[in-house]
Design a protein around this ligand. Sequence first.
Ligand SMILES: Cc1cc2nc3c(=O)[nH]c(=O)nc-3n(C[C@H](O)[C@H](O)[C@H](O)COP(=O)(O)OP(=O)(O)OC[C@H]3O[C@@H](n4cnc5c(N)ncnc54)[C@H](O)[C@@H]3O)c2cc1C
Length: 300
Amino acid sequence: MDGISMAGLTGELRKDEPMSRHTSWRTGGTVRWHYTPDGVSDLGEFLRRVPQETEVSWCGLGSNMLVRDGGFDGVIISTHKGLKKLRQTGSRSIYAEAGVPGAKLAKFAAKNALCGTEFMVGIPGTIGGALAMNAGCFGSETWQVVHHADTISRQGETVRRSADQVSWGYRSVEIEDSEWFVGAEFELSPCQTDDGRKKIRQFLKQRAATQPVQTANAGSVFRNPKEDFAARLIETAGLKGYTNGAARVSPVHANFIENTGHASANDIESLIAYIKNRVHEVHGIQLELEVRIIGKGASL
Ligand SMILES: Cc1cc2nc3c(=O)[nH]c(=O)nc-3n(C[C@H](O)[C@H](O)[C@H](O)COP(=O)(O)OP(=O)(O)OC[C@H]3O[C@@H](n4cnc5c(N)ncnc54)[C@H](O)[C@@H]3O)c2cc1C
């Protein structure tokens, strides 16, 4: 990296990495520096060496983010292949590092006769993403089963936060701007492995029946407004199947936007803006974004 030494660091640093390779929308600009750490202490050392003025962002499996076509002029820490330890830590507890896929945790827990994370099986992100977003479905949310989480600061220092020190709600978690998750311990309930696995199969079946799981999308684009559903509002505004370039409001689930071919990030973001306007015109409701958008527009 310009101006910093990589001596002794064992993670992988890439320059001008296309984020289309790392996001489930399969589009978006490049990131100036993309770092896959080789464990937490390597990450800490890397962060200490990155100049303080450089912007840092994080990516798990990129299943809830859009990187604008003009790219991100900073560092993205990519956890998926770098923070991947997963182990049982007690008779009711499992520790997962931030890059472990939620589905892997759910299956590991069921195999070890522990229940509480089955809902994560169909959420195609990492534990870090689930902690940052308080990901959830089918009546369960990530932070309901967290005992404590470990975070890292911009200066590379790790801190342990018990779940009651963190304030969370529907798809929201309050944490310092420059503090990110490196792992968490989950407190689970003893169960029969077969029961856990049965629930996992049910959740996957339910999801396949209601969501466009085979397409390039980022899940729900908007948060559900209180006592309503963004999908219902979008559908009744007449937008199911509506397209902008190769970006399309999913004909299966109106709160999903699919990249049907070579949609640019701008096609997707313009479609998001159009949906927001139409829903406001038709229903008088301001939809709020669930997906996270970073970077600069292509023309900036
Ligand atoms: C088909 C499909 C279905 C989905 N279904 C659901 C669902 O049922 N429920 C649900 O809640 N979501 C759902 N999602 C959205 C998404 O999978 C979740 O939000 C998931 O938790 C994101 O994890 P990720 O690793 O992909 O995060 P990313 O998309 O990589 O990142 C999301 C945000 O979290 C931040 N982040 C990532 N890792 C860390 C970290 N270690 N520390 C701090 N911040 C971090 C990123 O900077 C970004 O702002 C779905 C997505 C798809 C594509």
